[in-house]
Ligand binder design. Structure first.
Ligand code: GTP
Ligand code: MG
Length: 237
């Protein structure tokens, strides 16, 4: 089964079309874990109001603490699939890519990234600075650190069960989680792969991405990756 982990924060406007679209594109057995932080979240009544009800949906209350990283951890803890896909509720990620990503995991990859920076992948919209830094990070880690994918920062990813169960998460906040898990899997010698994807900026609801507050978290993993590649496995691991 594929567990699709979706963190949500007041996604009332997006959640219904998001879930309907997912059901159109994901035919394999799956569960969709909608992870919310607080009972007043506007996403909850919007899910409850779906007629007919959306199948395969489970609401998960994140009680580990506020924020996306805790929400993702809570989703991982409640997931039971052999493949765990992280996806956003704001319709930025393409549901049609979920099955091809899961297929690669089942074929032996431990991390499969939805990749905007390869042929066939695209990024549409979003703040220029964020886009530029993300692309620079991804492409430079590919060429300078030997990471076998070009998109290090996109959180649209499929993970194998052993990534979820065996890789300890050190990060304390932010979406740098995708980078942390991907690098650690790579350092373990596990297979990391990518599929082209198109990321589109949200058209409804509000972004909560905190570029400057989260930058140090991304930078920490970025520098660790360069140190490892240049000075060997023991430094800064
Ligand atoms: N549970 C939980 N989910 C969150 C939180 N912040 C954001 N999310 C959800 O995480 C997903 C991505 O959040 P966004 O704020 O769109 O951030 P992003 O997609 O990385 O960045 P942009 O879309 O470029 O702004 C969405 O589904 C949000 O609803 C949070 O504090 N808690
Ligand atoms: Mg978003």
């Amino acid at each position: 089964m594929i567990s699709i982990v979706v963190p949500v924060f007041n996604e009332a406007e997006n959640i219904q079309p998001f879930l309907r679209d997912l059901e159109v594109h994901v035919h394999e057995p799956h569960e969709t874990l909608i992870v919310y932080d607080f009972l007043e979240d506007s996403t909850l009544p919007a899910v409850a109001a779906m007629e007919p009800p959306c199948p395969h949906v489970r609401l998960v209350h994140n009680t580990l603490g506020k924020g996306v990283l805790n929400a993702l951890k809570a989703g991982f803890n409640s997931s039971s699939g052999d493949v765990v896909v992280v996806m956003m509720a704001d319709r930025s990620d393409e549901p049609k890519d979920v099955e091809p990503m899961a297929r690669l995991v089942r074929g032996g990859a431990d991390v499969v990234a939805g990749s905007r920076y390869v042929k066939g992948g695209r990024q549409e919209g979003g703040p220029l600075l964020k886009r530029t830094l993300s692309r620079l990070a991804g492409v430079s880690l590919y060429y300078l650190a030997g990471l076998p994918i070009k998109d290090a920062t996109n959180n649209f990813r499929a993970y194998s069960r052993r990534v979820i169960e065996e890789i300890p998460i050190e990060g304390e906040m932010s979406f740098a989680l995708a980078m942390e898990l991907t690098l650690k899997a790579h350092w373990n010698g596990w297979r990391v792969a990518e599929v082209p994807t198109t990321w589109r900026d949200r058209t409804a609801g509000q972004s909560r991405f905190r570029l400057f507050a989260w930058m140090p978290h991304y930078l920490k993993w970025y520098l660790r990756a360069l140190r490892k590649a240049w000075f060997g496995g023991k430094v800064g691991s």
